[in-house]
Design a protein. Structure first.
Length: 94
């Protein structure tokens, strides 16, 4: 649970989009380790707060998926291509 729960919800509800944007960026910077905590806030959020919270969760999830895809690609590139694919190396960019 996020210790600043009420403050986060209040700042995400702020009419000033610059303030809310700053809070969103700070939450996004904390990364995937807080997604569970952010999802726990959803039942307490509504309207603008809920929308902004969902945007933060989506952005973090997207960045995490992109990172994981990069790791997978790196693994594929650095791994030995199985012999059954050797004749199709063009497909793998080799």
């Amino acid at each position: 649970m996020l210790p600043q729960r009420d403050s986060i919800l209040a700042l995400l509800a702020d009419e000033d989009s610059d303030t809310a944007g700053l809070v969103q960026n700070q939450l996004i910077a904390r990364g995937s380790q807080i997604i569970g905590d952010l999802r726990e806030l959803l039942p307490s959020a509504s309207g603008r707060t809920e929308r902004r919270l969902r945007e933060v969760i989506a952005q973090i999830a997207s960045e995490d998926a992109e990172r994981q895809f990069g790791v997978l690609c790196e693994y594929i590139v650095t791994s030995r291509v199985p012999s059954c694919f050797a004749r199709n190396r063009r497909v793998f960019g080799e």
